[in-house]
Design a protein. Structure first.
Length: 274
């Protein structure tokens, strides 16, 4: 298996294809499937290795995220997953002449935990992207069909059958009335909110398991000390607003995503081992 840097780069390339609006649905789906296969292969191989709880150096590892407004939500998702894997996360931007060349989420923690957080982030971000896309398409289809049926008789009566828009044209109207960007942002907002609740529920359950709690607490303090010494700029306030329909769909889909490696039938030693 290639090292994690190569895996992350290959996954990012596939994600760029999958999230490109110019890609056909078939191309996007194939890219998503290939990325998910890489994620699963790495996660399984990585968790076959030894997981001892000795002090290890604190490292940082980055994952590229969108240059569109959803990067705010991706940053929040990274924070949720980092905390669940005993890490911290922050957003980093590379600029040239005031123009953003690259934007990434940076994970901070011990190497094993960071690797687990990075792969889990890519897996859940992938799930979120593909389901946001399909949920938006389903919503547009529903609205277009309703518009088509509700107005067909009126238009044919007053303007004639020839002037009635096709179902494809109705979908174009709906995409104008229900912008994709607002739906995606709302979807990720709802998804993150519900995912955060699920991780918090899991964390409360894990607190009932005393084994290793003191050791993990010491490690968390080391990570926090390292993170507090980083010179980070204050994050810009999000100005984007998501749609309510997207938010509702995101909350619903977040109930179905796996929270860790254990749900793949593989031991998740680092995940919430408090």
């Amino acid at each position: 298996m290639s090292d994690i840097n190569t895996i992350i780069e290959r996954i990012n390339n596939l994600m760029a294809i999958a999230e490109n609006e110019a890609s056909s649905d078939n191309e996007a789906q194939m890219a998503f499937e290939r990325a998910q296969k890489l994620i699963n292969e790495y996660r399984i191989e990585d968790w076959k290795r030894d997981r001892t709880r000795t002090n290890k150096p604190i490292i940082e590892r980055g994952v590229n995220v969108s240059k569109t407004t959803i990067y705010h939500q991706q940053g929040y998702l990274a924070t949720i997953i980092a905390q669940a894997n005993e890490c911290r996360a922050y957003l980093h931007e590379s600029r040239c002449g005031g123009r953003i060349e690259e934007r990434a989420v940076m994970f901070v923690g011990e190497e094993d935990d960071v690797n687990a957080a990075v792969i889990l982030f890519q897996s859940i971000d992938l799930y979120c992207s593909v389901h946001a896309r399909t949920s938006y398409a389903d919503m547009i289809d529903q609205h277009a069909k309703a518009y088509y049926e509700d107005n067909k008789e009126y238009v044919e009566t007053h303007y004639g059958h020839e002037s009635y828009p096709t179902l494809t044209e109705c979908k174009q109207y709906m995409r104008r009335d229900y912008p994709r960007a607002k739906f995606y942002y709302g979807y990720r907002g709802g998804f993150n909110e519900r995912l955060s609740e699920r991780f918090e529920e899991l964390r409360k359950q894990s607190l009932d398991i005393p084994s290793g709690r003191e050791l993990v607490a010491r490690k968390s303090q080391r990570v926090n000390d390292y993170f507090d010494n980083l010179e980070l700029e204050a994050a810009r306030v999000a100005t984007a607003r998501g749609s309510k329909a997207g938010f509702v769909c995101g909350v619903s889909d977040a109930n179905n995503v796996g929270l860790g490696l254990s749900e793949m039938g593989v031991s998740s030693h680092a995940l919430l081992n408090a």
